[in-house]
Design a protein around this ligand. Structure first.
Ligand SMILES: [Fe+2]
Length: 331
């Protein structure tokens, strides 16, 4: 049972961290065919902060109608409850400075992972480390030994709130990532038993071994989940599905690796899995959100436990534990 007052407080704190101020315009986006789970609480929280709230039900979150765009341009903060994938939203952010906060996860996860300024400090610190690096090496006792060159694509992070003009973020979740340079990435990635496979929303039942050369996955070997991954990727009929997507590590101290098994498939968006502190988040497919040319919709996120991540030889994660940046214990 979720305490409605606690949820309202959490929303108000989250919107305050998103720099929402009296008189600002908020637009809440939801799908017409889904329950408006957070419409009321988001509206109350925004109004408590003195903001002016409008609400739009979208027929198709992948295609924003032209009639909605002026509303988004006029907004200071968009609260996205449906996950809009239309690039026009990002064009509005860039041109007009509209901030966007995506919120999808169940209320108890929002409460457990209330964002904080410490999350942003940790994210910014990790960004700076990653921006200075040129070679990332990932290794594990399970057999991962994988290196990739970086520097040609931007470094980004999420920290759970949208406080700066044009910033997009998601509550909850703190992690950092970039993209391998074109044709970079060599070695072996072993997604171990218990690592997570999105969008399947499953834990790998057996190790999956990926052989990677020049930034391309050449083979996928293992048991049932390797078969599923191969079959799923082949169904898109595109070479780009075998490329690398965002690569980085998780920074959320309260995110939990183990929650996936407690929910029916589809009930979670998966931010716990992507953000739990010290995971190496491997992913496949598109790199267009980093400015690259690959746009394939086939995208697998695989948060991996017990990896060591080194930046130019200096570890930031050792055996799945953060070893660089602001100490988690200090919070
Ligand atoms: Fe992803």
């Amino acid at each position: 049972m979720i305490d409605d007052v606690a949820l309202l407080e959490a929303w108000r704190d989250s919107l305050a961290l998103s720099a929402l101020k009296a008189g600002e315009q908020v637009v809440i986006l939801n799908g017409w065919d889904r329950p408006a789970r957070y419409k009321a609480v988001a509206t109350l929280a925004a109004r408590q902060l003195g903001a002016v709230v409008s609400y739009v039900e979208l027929a198709d979150p992948d295609h924003l109608p032209a009639s909605v765009l002026p509303l988004l341009r006029a907004a200071d903060l968009v609260i996205d409850l449906v996950f809009v994938h239309d690039p026009q939203l990002h064009a509005v952010r860039a041109a007009d400075g509209t901030r966007v906060l995506l919120v999808l996860e169940p209320p108890e996860i929002l409460l457990r992972l209330r964002p904080s300024e410490a999350d942003k400090r940790r994210a910014r610190d990790a960004e700076a480390r990653l921006r200075r690096a040129r070679i990332v090496r990932v290794s594990s006792a399970a057999g991962t030994d994988f290196s990739f060159a970086i520097g040609d694509y931007p470094v980004s992070s999420q920290y759970g709130y949208a406080d700066e003009p044009g910033h997009w973020d998601q509550w909850p979740g703190t992690f950092v990532y970039t993209f391998a340079n074109d044709d970079a990435g060599d070695g072996r990635v072993v997604i171990d038993r218990g690592d997570i496979l999105f969008p399947f929303n499953q834990y790998a039942a057996e190790p999956i071994t990926l052989e990677i050369a020049n930034g391309w996955i050449n083979s996928i070997a293992g048991g049932f989940h390797a078969d599923m991954m191969r079959s799923h990727m082949a169904s898109y009929g595109s070479r780009d599905v075998y490329a690398l997507s965002h690569l980085g590590w998780g920074l959320s101290p309260n995110a939990r690796w183990d929650v996936l098994g407690q929910y029916p498939s589809g009930a979670l968006e998966g931010q716990d899995g992507r953000a739990f502190a010290g995971n190496f988040l491997f992913s496949t497919g598109p790199n267009d959100i980093g400015g690259g040319t690959r746009t394939t919709p086939c995208h697998i996120d695989a948060p991996m436990r017990a990896c060591t991540v080194e930046l130019d030889g200096t570890p930031v994660v050792e055996l799945g534990t953060l070893v660089a940046g602001p100490a988690l214990a200090a919070e």
